[in-house]
Design a protein around this ligand. Structure first.
Ligand SMILES: [Cu+2]
Length: 120
């Protein structure tokens, strides 16, 4: 009886390890899916949407101003900077280097957000 129980336990552990082993192949399948190389940040109600955007290197981000008031996009490290964007105005920047790029609106400095560039 004891031997049978131990064997059952062993089989359950084997199955559990098999399930864990299956996880990496599942993730690699997700990574293989096409990744859009263009992303949009909407400026609306005096905020950047999304406030944190994670992208892969080489991705172009386009900010679009959906507010009635003008806004401007400026990197904390000045690596990118738009002119003042009126309603419907757009600004694009292509991120090539990995990093955490904090930015703000130079007209309303309380408006802050991040672009995180992660190697894929
Ligand atoms: Cu603004």
């Amino acid at each position: 009886m004891k031997t049978v129980r131990l064997m059952r336990l062993g089989a359950m552990l084997f199955l559990a390890l098999g399930a864990l082993g299956a996880t990496p192949s599942g993730s690699s399948f997700a990574i293989a899916a096409p990744v859009p190389r263009v992303q949009t940040v909407l400026i609306r109600n005096f905020a950047f949407e999304p406030a944190v955007l994670t992208i892969s290197p080489g991705t172009t981000v386009t900010w679009t101003n959906a507010d009635e008031d003008p806004h401007a996009v400026v990197a904390n490290d000045k690596s990118f900077r738009s002119t003042a964007l009126d309603t419907g105005g757009r600004y694009s920047f292509t991120f090539t280097r990995p990093g955490d790029y904090g930015y703000f609106c130079s007209l309303h400095p309380h408006m802050t957000a991040h672009i995180i560039v992660k190697p894929s």
